[in-house]
Design a protein around this ligand. Structure first.
Ligand SMILES: Nc1ncnc2c1ncn2[C@@H]1O[C@H](COP(=O)(O)OP(=O)(O)OP(=O)(O)O)[C@@H](O)[C@H]1O
Ligand SMILES: [Mg+2]
Length: 236
């Protein structure tokens, strides 16, 4: 089965505890493009991403892979269909070696080698327990796993968290490399301008709603529009 070219949210809301933390999100992520999802802390970005990957159930609305609703699919089945989620915080298996971490997603040796080609630093540590790697190297393992998984869609939640700027500057362009290889990327990132610089479309979520949805370049060029959207007041 060929993977679908679009991942679509239709009027999705996500509940946490008492009620919705985010609602009214309609969005299409296309393979080969980066879509930026930004907004203040607590705006519901992680909740939305978790609803897409199936970590969390969404309350209303529909999520479609191509034309197929996947609302009732398990997380495992969504991952099998090519929706890969890089979670907030570094999600490595620390007691496994780098090679073992990669073999969780690489199906063949050549998939592992192709993924490692982006990270020469890791080849030297391939049989080391991942726990002994630096934070930046651990994030490389997470990214290498994403390369090896050959996703159709990649949901990236705050990859920069806790990384030194020099490491992040080295790793961030690989998101573009993934997109250029045909992956549809939904990118949550606290460094708004970096995310907007890579993205075609952007969403700002604030106050539980979509406060801006449109070209990333328009937001990047207009700091006042971005500021108002962060405050939740710039419906566009
Ligand atoms: N498991 C949970 N149970 C109850 N409330 C939750 C849970 N997880 C998140 N929340 C609440 O839902 C809201 C949205 O949180 P979420 O983590 O989605 O925001 P975010 O935009 O990712 O924030 P950040 O930028 O800080 O990562 C917050 O008010 C948060 O307190
Ligand atoms: Mg978050």
């Amino acid at each position: 089965m060929d993977a679908a070219n679009t991942l679509t949210l239709d009027d999705v809301s996500v509940n946490r505890g008492a009620g919705p933390v985010i609602s009214g999100v309609s969005l299409t992520v296309r393979r080969g493009e980066v879509t930026a999802l930004v907004g203040p802390n607590g705006a519901g970005k992680t909740s939305l991403i978790e609803a897409i990957s199936g970590v969390t159930a969404h309350a209303t609305g529909s999520i479609l892979l191509g034309d197929t609703p996947i609302d009732k699919w398990s997380r495992v089945n969504r991952a099998r269909a090519g929706i890969v989620h890089i979670e907030q915080g570094r999600a490595v298996f620390p007691s496994l070696t780098v090679r073992e971490n990669l073999s969780l997603t690489a199906r063949t040796d050549s998939e592992m080698e192709e993924a490692l080609a982006h990270f020469p630093e890791l080849e030297k540590r391939i049989d080391a327990p991942t726990a002994l790697l630096s934070g930046g190297e651990q994030q490389m393992v997470v990214l290498a796993r994403a390369f090896a998984a050959r996703p159709a869609f990649l949901l990236v939640d705050e990859m920069s968290l806790g990384l030194a700027p020099v490491v992040f500057t080295r790793l961030f362009p690989l998101i573009r490399t993934l997109a250029e290889s045909g992956v549809g990327v939904l990118l949550v990132e606290q460094f708004t301008h970096l995310a907007l610089g890579l993205a075609g479309e952007a969403l700002v979520v604030a106050g539980g709603r979509v406060a801006y949805q449109g070209p990333a370049a328009r937001l990047e060029a207009d700091p006042e529009l971005l500021r108002r959207a962060y405050l939740g007041g710039a419906a566009a």
